[in-house]
Design a protein around this ligand. Structure first.
Ligand code: DAT
Length: 174
């Protein structure tokens, strides 16, 4: 892209827990020259966790520390960032945002297998129904770089991976 300082794009794969972010990122990292950055794992490995929220059973990130840890790698380009949120990253980091979506009954089954508490399960289902992360993405980035992808079935998974791979190739050929 002419106005980007990077040779490879950075993309964000986001969405409610259970929509398939890590599945998509892992596959994309295998078939492209892009590197998967799991922000939750990075925060844990690099000591960027602020606290543990007992009510929601999840770790709270020290966002400033996470951003510091990620700055250099994002400057390099070629990163597939995986996180269930998107409003605290700098807008300039990303060339495209892909928001994965899953129907609530399908999502319920995927999360129930994880052993989530009823409260955590219901919070996540509600969040998906009210498309909280999609709205967050549209508010935080130019709407034209935000892509919504349905990810319920293995056929949709294959299509999403192909579509994102094609997007990456098209970016490189610009
Ligand atoms: P996330 O990283 O968003 O929390 P995940 O990649 O761990 O989600 O996926 C949750 C579960 O759903 C996991 O067992 C894999 C499965 N899955 C992901 N995408 C799917 C799809 N399109 N069709 C069927 N199962 C899918």
């Amino acid at each position: 892209m002419a106005n980007s300082p990077r040779n490879l794009p950075n993309i964000l794969i986001t969405g409610t827990p259970g929509v398939g972010k890590s599945t998509v990122c892992q596959k994309l990292a295998e078939i492209t020259d892009m590197v998967w950055v799991d922000v939750g794992k990075l925060a844990k490995d690099k000591g960027c966790l602020e606290s543990y929220d007992e009510e929601y059973q999840c770790s709270v990130l020290d966002e400033d520390k996470v951003l510091d840890e990620m700055e250099d790698m994002m400057d390099e380009g070629g990163k597939i960032v995986d996180y269930h949120g998107c409003d605290f990253f700098p807008e300039r980091w990303f060339d495209a945002i892909f928001v994965l979506r899953t129907d609530n009954t399908v999502l319920y089954d995927r999360l129930a297998i994880r052993g989530y508490s009823t409260k955590k399960l219901e919070e996540n289902i509600q969040s998906e129904i009210f498309q909280v992360i999609l709205e967050e993405a549209k508010e935080s980035y130019e709407p034209e770089i935000v892509h919504e992808l349905q990810n319920n079935t293995s056929e949709e998974l294959e299509k999403n991976i192909t579509d994102i791979k094609n997007w990456i190739e098209a970016w490189k050929n610009k």
